[in-house]
Every structure is written in structure tokens, then in C-alpha cells.
Design a protein around this ligand. Structure first.
Ligand SMILES: CC(C)(COP(=O)(O)OP(=O)(O)OC[C@H]1O[C@@H](n2cnc3c(N)ncnc32)[C@H](O)[C@@H]1OP(=O)(O)O)[C@@H](O)C(=O)NCCC(=O)NCCS
Length: 168
């Protein structure tokens, strides 16, 4: 790991660097991702939520995690994690793990009950994410089977969330 790495919330002035990292890691295909559509529905005020986090060393962006508050079937108390992107030179050095842990702590402290994402269970399982039972929660677009995951921030709460995920 680099020395002097700062972990902090994302600020509006960070957005160009974060967008450049997304371009590098995900390419133009990122705009077609279903999770992107949910965030697109949100007004400009919701572009950066209080749960977004980055890791930086000086002006150098190492990793960034976005997390947006959403409703599920009209119910608040849920957040959608993603994208999470780590600069390729710094992958597999613990930056992703640290940002996910910080964002989940912030979401819990901020009163969220559940965090969902579209991603690899083999990575996110270590944070307690599990597959959502098929059909319980839906997104406004296609999602690969087995990649819609959720972590409960208060025990047993997944059962209270069902329906369409929407930006708010
Ligand atoms: C996937 C990603 C976020 C992981 O963050 P990271 O900082 O590189 O990884 P961490 O240091 O937190 O974790 C490393 C561990 O995760 C594993 N891992 C990395 N990417 C993985 C993946 N896609 N699926 C499963 N496991 C993965 C590593 O093998 C390693 O395992 P170990 O702890 O058993 O040795 C990062 O590599 C990345 O940005 N990848 C490209 C974009 C992407 O796929 N984003 C996720 C979807 S939004």
C-alpha cells in the first residue's frame, strides 16, 4: 500500500477525476449498465451522496466508490452501491475493501437498513452481501442472474424490501 493515503467523502470537484477513472476501468459500456440507469433518474443534487468515498494520495486518485440512496418498491432506507473502481496499478492491495467497509459504516450510521448492488458475490460476499431471492427486488433494466446482492444493515430487514429500485 502507498503511504499517506487519505480516505474521504467525494466532493463535487472530484467528479472529473472519478469519471476519468470510470472511463478507464469500465470503458464506454458503463452507460448501458442497469445500475447507471437508476442513478441517471436522480436530480443533480443527488449526484454525490453522503456515502460516496474515495482513496487518494495527494492529487492522485487511487479508488472511488459511489453509493446512492434509493427507494425499493417506494420504501426509503436503501442504498445502491456502485460503481466501485480501483486504479489498475493499485488493484488487490486492499483499497476496494477499505472503501466498501467505510461506505457500509457510513450507510449504517446514516440510518440505511439495506445496501444492494450488482456485482460478484465472490468479492462482495466477504462484506456480508448475499444473493437477493429471484424476483424480490427488480431494477429498471436487465441484471445477470445471481449478481443482484444485498447486505442487511439491521438484522432480518431484507424481507421488508421488495419491488422496483428507483433513484429519489
Ligand atoms: C473489483 C475491485 C473493486 C476490487 O478492489 P481491489 O482494491 O482491487 O481489491 P481488494 O484489495 O479490496 O480485494 C482483493 C481480493 O479480492 C479479490 N478480487 C478482486 N477482484 C475480484 C472479483 N472481480 N471477483 C472476485 N474476487 C475479486 C482478489 O482476488 C483478492 O482476494 P484475496 O483477498 O482472497 O487475496 C477492483 O479490482 C476493480 O476496480 N476492478 C474493476 C472494476 C470492477 O470490477 N468493479 C466492481 C463492480 S462495480
Amino acid at each position: 500500500m502507498l503511504a499517506h493515503v487519505l480516505y474521504r467523502p467525494i466532493a463535487p470537484e472530484d467528479i472529473p477525476l472519478v469519471s476519468a477513472l470510470h472511463e478507464r476501468v469500465f470503458g464506454p459500456g458503463r452507460f448501458a449498465r442497469t445500475a447507471y440507469r437508476v442513478r441517471e433518474e436522480m436530480g443533480p443534487g443527488h449526484e454525490i451522496s453522503r456515502f460516496c468515498r474515495l482513496a487518494a494520495s495527494g492529487d492522485h486518485l487511487i479508488a472511488a466508490l459511489r453509493m446512492s440512496e434509493v427507494t425499493i418498491g417506494g420504501q426509503p432506507g436503501a442504498a445502491l452501491l456502485g460503481p466501485l473502481a480501483v486504479t489498475p496499478e493499485y488493484m488487490n492491495q486492499g483499497y476496494g475493501r477499505r472503501l466498501v467497509s467505510e461506505a457500509l459504516d457510513a450507510a449504517r450510521a446514516g440510518g440505511m437498513k439495506i445496501v444492494i448492488l450488482v456485482g460478484d458475490e465472490s468479492y462482495y460476499g466477504r462484506f456480508g452481501f448475499k444473493r437477493v431471492p429471484p424476483g424480490q427486488i427488480t431494477l429498471p433494466g436487465p441484471v445477470d442472474r445471481g449478481r443482484l446482492l444485498a447486505v442487511e444493515l439491521s438484522e432480518g430487514t431484507l424481507a421488508n424490501f421488495s419491488g422496483l429500485v428507483s433513484g429519489r
